[in-house]
Design a binder for this molecule. Structure first.
Ligand code: 8PZ
Length: 534
């Protein structure tokens, strides 16, 4: 290629390191449309990335020009994001499920030079990117080239943008998190140092490509010289299919949100015993309800379960093994200490650093892997990239996470909840997570979510619970009586309902906005029993 190699840290260089050392090793194992597994070696993946890069380079794009990649995780999608990285073209990943309106708003915001969609996906007539292309194992075909531009840049630097991830918009407007090559490479090197995955691993990635948990899987697998195993959406559609796929693909590490495991735990937990090669499960994105976590540990006696905590603004902050067994009575999971090279500090409401064990504060993250800023949103950026609370005089910025944690005796943190899940009821501060934790201590309840619901000009607390089997029944009166014994009166929900499942966002987290709506309407959920705490 004519272009100079990227100087300094670059995602392409880090992820294609193994191509020089173990070129014949499978980089990706994936199922085709018929469910047949295929391997792609590191050598072939690098070749495909180079082919794509040659086509992109021919378009005359400048360093910094954005490329929207619409795809599920696949070898071809990985090759395309590698090609973009090599050329300094920030990629913006969106999943094929993204509604037109949301994709349109992303496209209007980032004004991409190219919208590249995976082969087989329909064209989006309403989406007006400058250029369009489709890509697959056979190559990258440009359908409409972007307008020629004057190249103002030549070299790809470590400070250049690697990707932009739009955070899920269930609350507020979506923000484009801009990550530099330096940030993501620094982060992934910390994962190598902490040996999250090894070259012998087969790493299953289950999140949609627009969620950085998917980019994490790609990054961790390839930088370790391991094998990435993208799990297709259809293979997640039933517990039997999911477990069958993970078993047949010889998966040793699974990445997924807690809700990934809920259906199999609820309907067919014995299937988990088939995963004999599984050595570790990494979950992230939200709290794992403790009863479900215990059950998962029980059914996977040979696997480590790792709590990955953090936000897209730094990809992640910490990875902590869930203790085995989980001590009785434990409600809050440890998020431990920050990963290698980073540090978490708790800050109280007055801006002071929390140093006394047992106290709670907001997590501030100090890390060389922080994001650059929100795309075209300096105000939102300034709200979270703030002066270091320990000593602001350095002028150095840290990430204000919006998450609350409690300080443990050894400086480790326990996750308490988001600052915005803290609600006010008639002047009392209520942590929704505390109500949820109480409800999950009830026998038969495996997960719970509480919400503040508008009711007759006021707000009331309501809760939904998931039970441990399809035929289990909720004694709602007893549940409320239990809450009344365990919690201050103002924290006792007005009602509690059993639901077959909690509503989820496109990234698989509990959709609290939707839950609030459903709880607000008397028959909004498909549930059965409904008790009132008048
Ligand atoms: C959590 C947890 C947790 C996130 N316990 N609350 C990617 C790859 C590996 C690990 C972590 C990631 C994250 N980027 C995933 C993610 O959810 N990012 S996010 O920006 O969409 O949301 C971040 C927020 O989710 C955090 O601020 C927490 O509120 C919550 N969260 N992981 C409890 N293990």
């Amino acid at each position: 290629m004519e272009r100079p190699d990227p100087s300094g840290d670059n995602l392409y260089r880090l992820l294609m390191g193994p191509a020089a050392v173990t070129p014949d090793k499978p980089a990706v194992v994936e199922a085709d449309a018929d469910g047949v597994l295929h391997e792609m070696s590191y050598r072939r993946l690098e070749g495909l990335a180079q082919e794509y890069a040659a086509v992109l380079d021919g378009l005359g794009l400048d360093v910094g020009d954005r490329v929207v990649i619409e795809a599920d995780t696949s070898a071809a999608a990985v090759a395309l994001l590698l090609a973009c990285s090599l050329l300094g073209l920030p990629f913006v990943t969106v999943s094929p499920q993204t509604p037109d309106t949301r994709l349109l708003s992303i496209v209007r915001s980032v004004e991409p030079a190219l919208h590249a969609r995976a082969e087989g996906l329909a064209r989006r007539e309403r989406v007006e990117a400058q250029g369009s292309a489709r890509f697959g194992p056979g190559g990258l075909v440009v359908e409409r080239p972007p307008a020629r531009r004057v190249r103002r840049r030549r070299s790809v630097l470590a400070t250049d943008t690697a990707y932009i991830v739009f955070t899920s918009g269930s609350t507020g407007r979506p923000k484009g998190v801009v990550m530099s090559h330096r940030a993501i490479v620094t982060f992934l090197r910390a994962m190598l140092q902490d040996a999250l995955a090894g070259s012998g691993d087969r790493v299953a990635s289950t999140s949609p490509l627009q969620f950085d948990f998917a980019l994490f899987g790609i990054g961790v697998a390839l930088s370790s010289g391991a094998t990435l195993v993208p799990v297709r959406r259809e293979d997640l559609s039933s517990p039997r299919r999911m477990i069958g796929f993970l078993r047949d693909a010889g998966v040793t590490q699974v990445h997924g949100v807690p809700s990934l495991w809920r259906p199999v735990l609820r309907h067919d937990a014995d299937l988990l015993k088939e995963l004999e090669r599984l050595r570790s499960v990494v979950f992230a994105g939200e709290e794992f309800p403790v009863p479900e976590l215990r059950r998962l540990q029980e059914m996977l006696p040979g696997a480590r379960i790792v709590n990955g905590y953090g936000a897209t603004e730094s990809m992640a902050a910490s990875f902590t093994d869930v203790p085995r067994p989980l001590p009785a009575g434990q409600e809050r999971l440890s998020i431990g200490h920050a990963h290698a090279g980073a540090e978490m500090t708790l800050v109280d409401e007055r801006g002071g650093v929390v140093t006394r064990p047992g106290l709670t504060g907001e997590i501030y993250l100090r890390s060389p892997a922080l994001f650059t800023g929100y795309w075209n949103d300096p105000e939102a950026t300034a709200a979270v990239l703030v002066d270091d609370p320990v000593d602001p005089r350095h002028g150095h910025k840290v990430l204000r996470t919006g998450d609350l944690a409690r300080l443990g005796p050894e400086g480790e943190l326990s996750f308490v909840g988001r600052c915005d899940f803290q609600v006010q009821i008639h002047g009392n501060r209520v942590e929704l997570g505390e109500i949820e934790g109480t409800l999950t201590r009830l026998p038969g309840v495996t997960a719970a979510a509480a919400a503040l619901v508008p009711r007759a000009g006021d707000h009331v607390l309501m809760a939904a619970v998931v039970l441990d089997g399809p035929t289990a029944e909720l004694d709602a009166g007893a549940a409320l009586a239990f809450c009344a014994r365990e919690l201050p009166a103002y924290m006792v929900p007005r009602s509690v309902r059993a639901v077959a499942e909690l509503p989820l966002t496109e990234n698989g987290k509990v959709d609290r906005a939707l839950l609030t709506q459903k709880l607000a309407s008397p028959r909004g959920t498909s549930d059965v029993r409904h008790a009132t705490n008048a």
